[in-house]
Design a protein around this ligand. Structure first.
Ligand code: FUB
Length: 380
């Protein structure tokens, strides 16, 4: 999870100056935004990053989907033929930046929806507030959602009152909420960034985890270890920490099996090393299936790429195939991938509106592939 080490400064320093647009914060009423997604219309996934224009303004591949609140970590799904986006709702709380990501101090979720890519985006207002989650302490991070048998499930990571990230679930009869949280976190859940995937056979899995501020490295022994946080990441020459996965039970509120670690290996079958920062898993896992293959996509964190690895099983091992999105503006990079009306799209965020790493805005662009299923590189 996001920290703000000095390594990110050269990247930020390269950013051309651009207008800082004000954005207001939480608003519980539904609002609509007419937006153009230059993205889907004209992006070539393999095109080079557009240079600044003659006025020196930075150019972006796509436009923010909403501008009156800050949104991040978009998990997109298609329910009843409409696209729903389950993002984090970034706010400026004045928390100083630190290595634990305390400045990401979000307190509620708003759900966005649209009936087409490039169409009007509706903000459905507050769907779940931290004050209504009995066990929550602080920091509502990247959520995801699922639908089964007439109920919508919102999965969310939040620190409990002992400051340990766990994953909770809330339910609603509507994809836009309001959602009612279960009284306790999901048993056995850990860390951050739940991503829920329902396979073609109807089985549903949750992928989860993120290192550093996301605390996944603290679970290496199977139990949460708060001691010596700086020494818990494996040494550079040791296997990296993998995301976790578990199948969900029939009630969608608990795991049907113990949570297990997902291995991401190189072409020789060797687990990627912890020091392999350009390729190893950091946070923000997503799962989709294409032509019978499972695609695990994720952020490399401190090197700011989105990477992908494939497998013939939802449990892996996943073979690393490449990085497919170059760094966005801002430290964090987080995404989701959906198919909609015969095309594939990636939802992601950057900091175009604020130029502040903790005040992000979600975007969408088309995801393109080679004939062999490889994902084309995106320059955001
Ligand atoms: O939004 C808070 C955290 O930042 C998410 O959980 C991470 O994936 C990163 O985007």
């Amino acid at each position: 999870m996001p920290q703000f080490p000095l390594s990110s400064l050269p990247k930020l320093a390269l950013l051309a100056p651009f207008a800082l647009l004000g954005a207001c914060q939480s608003n519980s009423t539904t609002t609509e935004t007419a937006t153009t997604t230059s993205a889907a219309a004209d992006s070539s996934a393999a095109a080079a990053t557009a240079p600044p224009d003659s006025a020196g303004k930075k150019k972006y591949l796509a436009a923010p989907l909403v501008k009156d609140i800050y949104t991040a970590d978009p998990s997109a799904h298609v329910f009843n033929g409409r696209i729903y986006i389950y993002p984090s709702h970034d706010i400026d709380t004045g928390m100083p930046e630190n290595d634990n990501g305390d400045h990401f101090a979000m307190r509620d979720y708003h759900i966005l929806s649209m009936d087409s890519v490039g169409g009007k985006v509706t903000d459905h207002g507050v769907a779940l507030d931290i004050k209504d989650i009995p066990w929550a302490g602080r920091q509502l991070w990247a959520p995801d959602a699922a639908f089964k048998d007439g109920t919508y499930y919102l999965y969310f990571p939040v620190k409990d009152k002992q400051d340990i990230f766990r994953i909770g679930v809330a339910t609603s009869k509507s994809p836009t909420g309001p959602f009612k949280a279960e009284p306790k976190p999901m048993e056995g859940s850990l860390s951050i960034d739940p991503a829920v995937f329902t396979d073609t056979d109807g089985k549903t899995y949750m992928y989860m985890g993120g290192i550093w501020g996301g605390q996944l490295q603290r679970w290496r022994t199977g139990k949460y270890d708060a001691s010596k946080p700086k020494e818990q990441e494996p040494a550079a020459t040791e296997p990296s920490v993998g995301p976790r996965v578990a199948r969900l039970g029939a009630d969608m509120k608990q795991f049907a099996e113990p949570v297990r670690e997902v291995k991401i290996v190189d072409k020789d079958g060797k687990v990627l090393l912890s020091g392999d920062n350009n390729r190893r898993f950091f946070e923000g896992a997503w799962m989709h299936k294409f032509n019978g293959k499972y695609y695990l996509t994720y952020s490399t964190g401190d090197t700011h790429f989105l990477a992908y690895a494939t497998s013939t099983s939802p449990y892996g091992p996943f073979t690393y195939q490449g990085n497919f999105m170059n760094p966005v503006q801002g430290w964090t990079t987080h995404h989701s991938i959906i198919e909609f009306k015969g095309k594939w799209y990636i939802f992601y965020h950057d900091t175009e509106l604020s130029n502040k790493t903790w005040l992000r805005n979600v975007k969408v662009t088309e995801l393109k592939r080679g004939a062999d299923g490889s994902i084309a590189t995106i320059n955001p």
